[in-house]
Design a binder for this molecule. Structure first.
Ligand code: T3D
Length: 267
């Protein structure tokens, strides 16, 4: 497919999806949502892809919704067609967050610059978040009278606790990558020049790993947020039963016994 607002590259088992509207800080339009959806469908269908990296072109990761598409004169809503942001969330942002979380392979956000509004929460929907030291996370919604969306109200208190979640969401201040790591909002902050090499190395490592086990691991950990301990134990039992029959498990055990490196296929 010929993409206009994103780039999609696949190499050595790693798909890299780059949001590519740098002049608008990679903010989302309906067209970009459509392209990201198509790319995620293609990645899901491609058995050669075993890890996804999501990043942004230029100096930003993503500035959330393109507000130029939302421009209404203040107080001029009587003349304008009523804007249904709920429809935008239902059709675009909610499916995107769920698609990233349900993709049966590890998804890494390489946050190369500012991640604002939905852009911040889309990064936080990924399984591992690496950020450049100069990057930042901003819950900008408060500044335009909105609620944090794209999973922000769900994920923020779970990651950083209610006090910090409320501080971030109500004040809309910029949170630097180092502080984000210190608070447990993200996995790692690295020097700017090291971001893509670090993420590439981790992605290639994961792409050579037991992908099916990773898929079930992310499924179980994400499900645990709403399960009882008993239900989580039941889920672990069921997943272990499934994975115990996989080629990768047999290969992992054989490699351990034979004192050699395993060759995982994701099957
Ligand atoms: O609407 C729905 O569907 C509901 C869902 C909403 C989800 C959301 O994401 S709501 C939140 C939307 N996003 C924001 O409110 C963030 C807006 N942007 C900013 O606050 C700032 O741009 C940043 C803090 C991200 C970066 O600031 P700075 O000073 O580094 O850059 P800048 O000069 O503000 O931006 C550079 C250019 O990008 C500028 O254009 P120009 O002047 O060079 O022609 C700016 O207008 C443009 N830009 C940045 N963000 C957006 C944007 N254009 C459209 N939409 C944006 N979100």
């Amino acid at each position: 497919m010929n993409y206009q607002s994103i780039r999609l590259e696949v190499s050595r088992g790693v798909a890299t999806l780059t949001l590519n509207r740098p002049e608008r800080l990679n903010s989302f339009t309906v067209a970009m949502h459509g392209e990201v959806r198509a790319a995620l469908d293609a990645i899901r269908a491609d058995r050669a892809v075993r890890c996804l990296v999501l990043t942004g072109a230029g100096r930003a990761f993503c500035a959330g919704q393109d507000l130029a598409d939302r421009a209404v004169a203040p107080g001029g809503e009587e003349d304008a067609a009523p804007l249904d942001l709920g429809e935008s969330i239902e059709s675009h942002y909610k499916p995107l967050v769920l698609a990233l979380q349900q993709l049966p392979l590890p998804v890494i956000a390489a946050v190369n610059g500012v991640a604002a509004g939905a852009g911040a929460n889309i990064a936080l929907a990924c399984d591992l978040v690496y950020a450049a030291r100069s990057a930042s996370f901003i819950q900008s919604f408060a500044k335009i009278g909105l609620v944090p969306d794209s999973g922000g109200t769900w994920v923020l208190p779970r990651l950083v606790g209610q006090a910090r979640a409320l501080g971030l969401a109500l004040l809309g201040d910029k949170l630097g990558a180092e502080q984000a790591e210190a608070w447990g909002l993200i996995w790692k902050c690295v020097d700017d020049a090291e971001l893509m090499p670090t993420v590439r190395a981790v992605a290639e490592q994961l792409a050579c790993g037991p992908t099916r086990g990773y898929a079930r691991t992310k499924q179980a950990i994400r499900a645990a947020a709403t399960l009882t301990i008993e239900a989580s134990l039941d889920l672990e039992r069921d997943l272990q039963r499934e994975l115990g029959r996989s080629r990768d498990y047999r290969e992992g055990v054989a490699a351990f016994i034979e004192k050699r490196a395993p060759k995982f296929t994701g099957e």
